[in-house]
Design a protein around this ligand. Sequence first.
Ligand code: NAG
Ligand code: NAG
Ligand code: NAG
Ligand code: NAG
Length: 400
Amino acid sequence: MPPFFNSRMFHFLLKVHLLLLCTAVSTAIATPVGMTYNPSTSKLLLPDHVSSSIQSLHFPVVRLLDPTPLSIRAFAYTNITLLLSISNHLIPSFAANRSAASIWLYSHVLPYHPRTHFSLISVGSDVISSANNDITIDPYAVLPAMRNLYLSLHELGIRTISVSTTFSFMNIMTSSFPPSSAEFQDPVNSMIIRPLLQFLDETNSSFLINIYPYNVYRIKSEIPIGYALFQENPHNFRDDIITGVRYRNLFDMMVDAVIAAMAVTGHENIPLIVTETGWPSTRNNEAQTEANRNYAEMYLKGLMMHLRSGMGTPLRKEGVAEAYIYQLFDEDEKNIEYSSGSIDSRSMHGGQNWGIMYDNMSMKYKIDFSHSERFFGKDKELVEMVLGLHLLVVAVLLLQ
Ligand SMILES: *[C@@H]1O[C@H](CO)[C@@H](O)[C@H](O)[C@H]1NC(C)=O
Ligand SMILES: *[C@@H]1O[C@H](CO)[C@@H](O)[C@H](O)[C@H]1NC(C)=O
Ligand SMILES: *[C@@H]1O[C@H](CO)[C@@H](O)[C@H](O)[C@H]1NC(C)=O
Ligand SMILES: *[C@@H]1O[C@H](CO)[C@@H](O)[C@H](O)[C@H]1NC(C)=O
């Protein structure tokens, strides 16, 4: 017997084998990526047609802004799971009276559940900044409104739908540099976010946040554009000097800033859902040269590739639980003021085009959004390689 086929060699091979097996298994979890669709700002299109179009693009999840019963029905008998984001204007009535929440559930959820799949209902969106513009919205009403909706769901015997609300990165974070030192802004942190995180923890729900690297890039001129656009480049990195972790894109850095801020409050294990992200394809003034189709396509391609890889972020191995691209169609400017899209996408860049589709439902970009097929293809190769190595190990063992 050749001397190098000894038991140490065998154990080494076994270790490599197990390591590869672990890699094959852990890469299998890609982040589901979906679309944001606002049925009330694309009134000319029938929700049924839009739903077919979304199915043909193979999106597993869809976020409906200000959902109408008709748009919810359009997703029945599909394999698409919905995240409903309800208008801020419903918050005061939900908070004041649980029966208002029940009435809403009777018209929007009960007739369609479980033929339409629902994962979560967001009670309002970006209430912190909306409150500055709209005195009728009291941010302190959000948690009571969420509680009432949660209790109404339970009264109806529905325990599979979570309840949360949506924040905007720019409106709740102090700073994201370095991510490990990030915190939520006060007084929003102690008055609103902490009690909210407690509720999310108790009810197994998720923290929802809109993340736009585009906005951070625009206020921090020292950031290279490639770092915001997921471009692999030896110079596109930032080190977190406290944790010693290296970041290769701005998106991960922003996600980890939120994770670090949650950890400060003692709730670092709550799943994180990116409810909006995207890049505008046209500018509304001369200065916004980065708002163009080329960059928008680069951002979305980079995002898809990154989330499909299942690599996660340095502070959270499994990465974000879901991410939703903002958005399916460009918004008509005259409708923007009624939209519940976040301040990040609306007031700061009103009139810019964030849609991935034209009104005639043809795609603006050449991007493959179907992430399962190709991903499992790559994974199959890895599994085959592991099996091959397994055979080798067995052969070596038999030779001994
Ligand atoms: C939903 O998924 C199941 C299982 O993967 C499949 O059999 C079914 O055809 C799908 N339905 C639709 C409408 O795509
Ligand atoms: C709550 O709403 C129901 C039905 O609309 C109404 O009968 C009831 O009086 C309301 N309760 C309060 C405290 O406003
Ligand atoms: C949350 O999840 C844990 C573990 O899966 C379970 O034991 C608990 O009952 C759940 N709580 C609620 C409120 O669903
Ligand atoms: C859809 O609209 C876009 C923009 O108006 C146009 O460029 C494209 O050719 C149209 N596609 C079809 C199939 O009509």
